[in-house]
Design a binder for this molecule. Structure first.
Ligand SMILES: C[S@@+](CC[C@H](N)C(=O)[O-])C[C@H]1O[C@@H](n2cnc3c(N)ncnc32)[C@H](O)[C@@H]1O
Length: 291
């Protein structure tokens, strides 16, 4: 708890006032990541490996934008900084903890932005103004945007994915598709489609992320997310990116991960990865911030 308070305090002054109300939740995510290093390792390795290997497929490496960069758990930011002229990290919170990884690079920039399109349909329009944009990565963000838009979840998901699909440059999407809560007998106690019915094609790589192993959220329950990634850095201008909507006939009532075969990338080490701790909120009493 002391570590959380120190991170909160060190991050407070760096954070523009309008975004400080999100600090508690961001510190909670960071703290869960510290606690769950082992459980999260397969997921983080998948995400980092996917991005790392995708760099090689890009012919031009001027500016890359990472949406939802957060604590950088799942991002090989060093590789991006070494290979791109400019790296722009976008989130509503950039904790002080990322300083040790990025401060040594002069070509990395932090931008504090609310990326939700519900209140601001042009939330991602700043991308259009970056002339030398060569790659956009959306990192475990879209389900968080939906969670933050009660009643308008599907619109939020559509707004984000449609904007990415319409970009002139390649876009890579890593997204939480759904979650399931299991008891110790393996019985599913709860589940939810985190894309709220948005159809996604089969082509993505898929793996599991054990967001909350037994003991994290409940002594006898564990929460597991299904994650999908559409690397997509090579994009044929005649074809849409691989994560755009599929025809209506291919839509499913169930979340795609319930029914589709899983295709694990070669660097996947296990089938038990995990969650977006974004849902973890540091006790408000500790830091005086509600999530
Ligand atoms: C699941 S976390 C992933 C963080 C990061 N990719 C990692 O694992 O280190 C989702 C991120 O989305 C950010 N986020 C959620 N809602 C947002 C919003 N409306 N605008 C900008 N960022 C948002 C959170 O701050 C968080 O860093």
């Amino acid at each position: 708890m002391l570590a959380e308070l120190l991170v909160y305090a060190a991050s407070y002054r760096l954070t523009p006032p309008a975004f400080r109300r999100h600090l508690g939740r961001a510190v909670g995510l960071w703290a869960r990541g510290q606690r769950q290093t082992r459980a999260w390792a397969p997921h983080l390795a998948n995400s980092r490996g996917l991005i790392d290997t995708s760099i090689d497929d890009l012919a031009s490496r001027r500016t890359v934008v990472v949406l939802g960069s957060g604590p950088l758990f799942d991002l090989p930011v060093e590789s991006l900084c070494r290979t791109f002229r400019r790296v722009i990290l976008v989130d509503r919170i950039h904790l002080s903890t990322i300083g040790s990884r990025v401060d040594r690079y002069a070509n990395v920039e932090r931008q504090w932005r609310d990326l939700s399109s519900t209140g601001n349909p042009g939330a991602l329009d700043f991308l259009d103004a970056i002339e030398d944009l060569d790659w956009v990565i959306s990192l475990s963000l879209v389900s968080q945007l939906a969670e933050g838009a009660p009643g308008a979840e599907r619109r939020e998901v559509d707004g984000h994915l449609d904007k990415l699909a319409g970009l002139a440059c390649p876009a890579t999407l890593i997204a939480d598709l759904d979650y399931r809560v299991f008891n110790r007998h393996g019985v599913v106690l709860d589940s939810a489609d985190l894309l709220h019915g948005r159809p996604v094609p089969r082509s993505g790589l898929r793996w599991k992320w054990e967001v909350a192993p037994f003991g994290e959220e409940g002594r006898h329950t564990r929460r597991v997310h299904s994650v999908a990634a559409w690397p997509g850095p090579i994009r044929n201008r005649n074809h849409p990116p691989r994560f755009v909507s599929v025809p209506i006939s291919a839509r499913r009532m169930k979340s795609p991960s319930d029914t589709m075969p899983t295709s694990l990338p070669p660097w996947s080490t296990t089938g038990s990865p995990l969650t977006c701790c974004c849902s973890i909120i540091l006790a408000a009493s500790v830091i005086g911030v509600s999530a």
